[in-house]
Design a protein around this ligand. Structure first.
Ligand SMILES: [Zn+2]
Ligand SMILES: [Zn+2]
Length: 161
């Protein structure tokens, strides 16, 4: 495992701007994949966005190992892609026909517990896994697409593996 911490440029929809030249990455204004605005600083406090994590040497060829930071480490504000994904997840949850209202409220209220790790993350992740299996395959795959880049490794493993 190798530790890294690199300046990040990420579009509002959560696409990472990847490149080998940091100054080039920092100059991207709009996303090549979706055309949305690219952020390289927190829109709350203007602190540079850093992408941190660990990767195996074998991961180097893929950008999959690059996590999306969810919150600003300086001011704690949710980054734009985090807010957008949370909103999309809540809309999706509203539309789940197989879940009752109590289950929908539980899911929506516990999204924060799977984004960043805390003592409740594993328990919540297991509960969410059960709710997803009740909600069905189509819902689960839509939920995965929306959340996979913003939830923690622990949550990802507990919910989707
Ligand atoms: Zn994009
Ligand atoms: Zn900030």
């Amino acid at each position: 495992m190798e530790y890294f911490s690199i300046p990040g440029a990420i579009c509002k929809n959560g696409h990472r701007v990847i490149g080998s030249n940091p100054s080039e990455i920092q100059q991207a204004n709009f996303c090549q994949s979706c055309g949305a605005k690219v952020f390289n600083r927190c829109d709350g406090c203007n602190k540079e966005i850093m992408v941190k994590g660990t990767y195996q040497i074998s991961d180097r060829d893929s950008d999959e190992y690059l996590p999306l930071p969810a919150f600003c480490e300086n001011c704690g504000k949710a980054y734009p892609w985090t807010s957008l994904a949370l909103e999309a997840a809540k809309n999706l949850i509203d539309s789940a026909n197989e879940l009752d209202n109590i289950e929908k409220v539980y899911l929506a209220n516990n999204l924060n517990n799977i984004i960043s790790d805390n003592p409740n993350t594993e328990l919540v992740a297991n509960n969410i896994r059960s709710l997803l299996s009740k909600a069905g395959n189509e819902f689960t795959s839509a939920f995965r697409n929306i959340t996979v880049n913003i939830i923690s490794e622990i949550a990802k493993r507990a919910i989707f593996s």
